[in-house]
Design a protein around this ligand. Structure first.
Ligand SMILES: [Zn+2]
Length: 156
């Protein structure tokens, strides 16, 4: 991955109070594992939270606010030196085959393929294993549950 410094900074996007730009930055953070992208955001987290607090981000079937909160949680998790896989339980958009193609996880086993199925995955970095449930309600979602860890840090 390259860090293209010519791109408008994600921090500027987050602080822009422009819904489209805030969501762009949100999805960049959700997708990235590039510390160079996240480093400038760590110190600015309080400013980002203030700037985005009252924005109406919309979202039809899935609230964009949830995605933004997830992105900010991911920045915190990065700051706290957690493994990247700590983000998986926090959002329903992490697709196991995609994560495997990216080299982020290994799929150890699956149930019979279908719209409703399960995956047993292991993080390629730290080895944490997850049971992943795939379901479909208006859109396909994936629920990641770490093995041997409390099911969730907090309810949403
Ligand atoms: Zn991990």
């Amino acid at each position: 991955m390259t860090n293209d410094s010519a791109e408008p900074s994600l921090l500027e996007d987050f602080l822009s109070e422009d819904t489209r730009r805030v969501l762009h930055a949100t999805w960049e953070v959700v997708r990235t594992r590039d510390g160079a992208l996240l480093d400038p955001l760590v110190a600015a987290l309080p400013r980002i939270r203030r700037a985005t607090d009252r924005l109406d981000l919309g979202g039809a079937l899935h609230s964009n606010r949830v995605s933004l909160e997830h992105a900010l949680d991911k920045i915190e998790s990065y700051r706290d030196k957690s493994c990247w896989c700590a983000s998986y339980p926090g959002l329903s958009f992490y697709e196991p085959p995609k994560e495997e193609r990216a080299g982020h996880v290994r799929i150890l086993a699956t149930s019979e393929p279908g719209w409703s199925m399960t995956f047993h995955c292991a993080c390629a970095l730290c080895g944490q294993e997850f049971d992943v449930e795939q379901g479909d309600y208006h859109y396909t979602w994936w629920k990641w549950v770490p093995r041997g860890v409390k099911r969730r840090r907090r309810t949403t």
